[in-house]
Design a protein around this ligand. Sequence first.
Ligand SMILES: Nc1nc2c(ncn2[C@@H]2O[C@H](COP(=O)(O)OP(=O)(O)O)[C@@H](O)[C@H]2O)c(=O)[nH]1
Ligand SMILES: [Mg+2]
Ligand SMILES: [Zn+2]
Length: 456
Amino acid sequence: MATSTSALPLRSELTCPHCWHRFPPENICWIAEHSDLQGDPVTGPESALRFIPTQFNVDCNAIDARGEACKKLACPKCHLGICRSLLELEPLFVSILGAPSSGKSFYITSMIHQLESTLQLGISVGDADPDANEKLTSYKELLFRSDTDSWVKLEKTQTEGDLYEAVMIGDRPVRYPKPFVYSVQPTRDHPQVGKAKKLSRALCLYDNAGEHFLPGGVSSTAPVTQHLGLSSALLFLFDPTQEPEFRAACRGRTSDPQMGEYGKKFQQDLVLSDAARRIRDQTKLSETQMYDKPLIVVVTKYDAWAGLTSQKRLDDELAIRTSPSGSTGLRVSAIEKVSEQIRGILAKHASGVVAAAERFASDVTYIPVSSIGCTPKVVSSADGHDDLLVRAGDIHPMWAQVPMLYALHKTVDGLVPVAKSSSRKNSKSQSPERRKSPPLNKADDAEPREWKETGS
Ligand SMILES: Nc1nc2c(ncn2[C@@H]2O[C@H](COP(=O)(O)OP(=O)(O)O)[C@@H](O)[C@H]2O)c(=O)[nH]1
Ligand SMILES: [Mg+2]
Ligand SMILES: [Zn+2]
């Protein structure tokens, strides 16, 4: 049977980013175009019928039962839309998890914005599915393209609503989280551009409500965190402003209202332990086996706790090196050195999270970020309630792209060019066991010299 994609190098197995069903490409459904063909038993009466085609036009697009040529594809199980990039690019699932208010929505927005807006490292990141990515696109417009004098916030991610899709599987209603799908491809400046096809990925991400990661946050009819078990890497967002000991240590060193009465306090190590339990269940990993994919503890809101270190800002140059010839590389050894420093700070003020991470995973890296790079302000609205807002023009993310670049470096061999370090070791020669922290201020131009923890 010919399909519109028969001319393309199709993948032999596809994975639906909505329900994670795996299927051969010839089983893909098409979405009817003719307005008479409304109503689908799986996606509901408001949506167009999905069907397995028997006829195609000369462009190899399926013809629906009313003779209309169709363009859109859907999963044979959940009937939700599948973008064409997923037919060609290998999917890469990276789960972003964290307690409510840990900064997930701001983080995903800043991370994608930073990755898309530069061609650093010879990698281009692009919107692979504008329909699915609509929400994230609107977040980006709000934070990065709106009038710089406007005061903005992202609405709280709900446990239901437009970030989820409800379908009928058999006679059961099931709610899946909406995926965000981005293509990640080498540009012509990439040192391995000849292997572009092999190195390209369709990056699939989800912005879950933090409540889904709390104990009891999922059910069989809302398997909203099922992506955890499929992911090639985990980004666990840890928010120091929610930790009493961090707050005490930062007293007098920050004006962030989240360090005081406007902050939330979720027990974040339990969020990680609960996710670990879900992953063990899904992947049949026993209690004694270690999770061997990268776990990156993304320590958010760096601007609020930077007073505990000597580094006020996290500049891109600390993580990405540009050589005099203009080629760029990820400073893996510098990032791993910073990770050791951050681990030390966490061990002092939030040891539970270090214990939870290292009890579960053998490859743990701690990376600081600030998605907004400034302090949000409390603003009272007309109806009397207080909001935390940021002035759009003050948003200057710090290292928002670094955890994902590091995750790509760890999971797709050769995709992220690595800066040559004058240090003897590079990441490939390091064992996944805990590395010893190298001495600070060591003469090594691949390392951030200034970085150290200040007394607290
Ligand atoms: N100081 C500071 N606050 C942040 C940063 N990122 C997010 N926040 C604040 O954290 C709160 C929760 O962020 P959000 O992304 O909605 O958290 P989510 O519930 O995990 O999605 C918001 O009020 C933001 O203003 C940051 O980089 N620095
Ligand atoms: Mg959110
Ligand atoms: Zn599906």
